[in-house]
Design a protein around this ligand. Structure first.
Ligand code: PLP
Length: 354
């Protein structure tokens, strides 16, 4: 691990750049007469006041989140969805048209979109037939211009956990780049997070989100966890007040209710088992992939026809049948008991066209 040096990975102009210094950077106290940010001192039109800029580093949230996640507040970055840290880590490290990232299809779409927006080359190394890492091929593809490897575990859309040993192998062999482990669905899996190992791996960034198990997708709040040095660099290039005050307030009202998350995971896991059993009885279902997440990848005979039939009946699943290694597969989010029963009864009355 000793050869890793973040300074060699970050784009040179960012290392030397002077970040914007906001009013709330320059005076961090909470008490006083605030005449430094050109805010409206009269308040807002509504009873609740939104006239003051929010904390640019969301310390109140991070202090509550750190013990929940088993890390230090300074190892946390909060973003406008996971989309923000995905974009920022690419912009922090990848010189457009020069550096490259590795992604592992079939996987989450945003890594490719963000890299493309930033005009950064993408190397695609498909997962194996059982949706695990092709470690030899990944390691052979890493070159001196490879800055990032995105690993999604549990993987979207396949639903499975990626074996820890193979992730560790990539981490140990990427000394001039960063491994991003997207754990958006970790709450649903019986697998420890890589957050607890950040102190051993300075070349790792973990992504999690409030959009799934926490039930807060509308807030747009994603988390990144990494060593302090990397988090400081992300803070340096983010929009100064990237998490708005309304979102911070709403999260603080939710964050103590860990029972909600626990009960959600328990309920959705039960619903998933039931849904999987019910799907298994259908003749049109040819395979249900094992899932450590809150969705099932399901293989059908003529998936597109099934998809269209469900749409006709106002039941919307995700068509993944055109995605590599997901031929004839639909991704189905686990719903409530009633929603899942309605889906199953629709599929029961489905008559395949010839
Ligand atoms: C849903 C999801 C996210 C979360 O995205 P947000 O922008 O935080 O809502 C991240 N990664 C994967 C793989 C996902 O499926």
């Amino acid at each position: 691990m000793s050869t890793f040096n973040l300074q060699n990975i970050v784009r040179k102009h960012i290392l030397s750049l002077a970040p914007y210094s906001s009013a709330r950077d320059e005076y961090t106290g909470k008490e006083g007469i605030f005449l430094d940010a050109n805010e409206n001192p009269l308040g807002s039109a509504t009873p609740e006041n939104w006239n003051r800029y929010p904390d640019p580093y969301q310390w109140e949230i991070k202090k509550k989140l750190a013990p929940i996640k088993g890390c230090r507040p300074s190892q946390i970055f909060l973003g406008n969805g996971s989309d923000e840290p995905i974009d920022l880590i690419i912009r922090l490290t990848c010189e457009p048209q020069e550096d490259n990232i590795i992604i592992l299809p079939p996987t989450y779409g945003m890594y490719e979109v963000s890299a493309s927006v930033n005009n950064v080359e993408i190397q695609k190394i498909n997962l194996t037939a059982d949706y695990q890492l092709d470690t030899d091929k990944i390691l052979a593809s890493i070159n001196l211009k490879t800055k990032l490897v995105f690993i999604c575990s549990p993987n979207n859309p396949t639903g499975n956990i990626i074996h820890r040993a193979s992730i560790l192998k990539i981490i140990e062999n990427l000394q001039h780049g960063i491994v991003i482990i997207d754990e958006a669905y970790n709450d649903f899996a019986d697998e420890p997070s890589f957050i607890s190992e950040l102190d051993s791996f300075p070349n790792v960034m973990v992504l999690q989100t409030f959009s799934k198990a926490w039930g807060l997708a509308s807030l747009r709040l994603g988390m990144a966890f990494a060593g302090e040095e990397l988090i400081k660099l992300l803070n340096k290039i983010k929009y100064p007040y990237n998490i708005n005050g309304l979102t911070q307030k709403a999260l603080l009202e939710n964050i103590d209710n860990l029972d909600f998350v626990k009960n959600t995971v328990q309920t959705l896991t039960q619903n998933k088992e039931k849904l999987s059993n019910d799907l298994d009885k259908l003749e049109i279902v040819t395979k249900i992939f094992p899932s450590d997440a809150n969705y099932l990848l399901v293989k059908f005979t003529k998936a597109k026809q099934v998809f269209d039939y469900l749409i006709e009946h106002k039941t919307i699943v995700r068509d993944r049948s055109k995605v590599v290694l997901c031929e004839d597969s639909l991704r189905i989010s686990v719903g409530t008991e009633v929603e899942n029963e309605q889906l199953i009864s629709l599929l029961n009355t489905y008559k395949p066209l010839n």
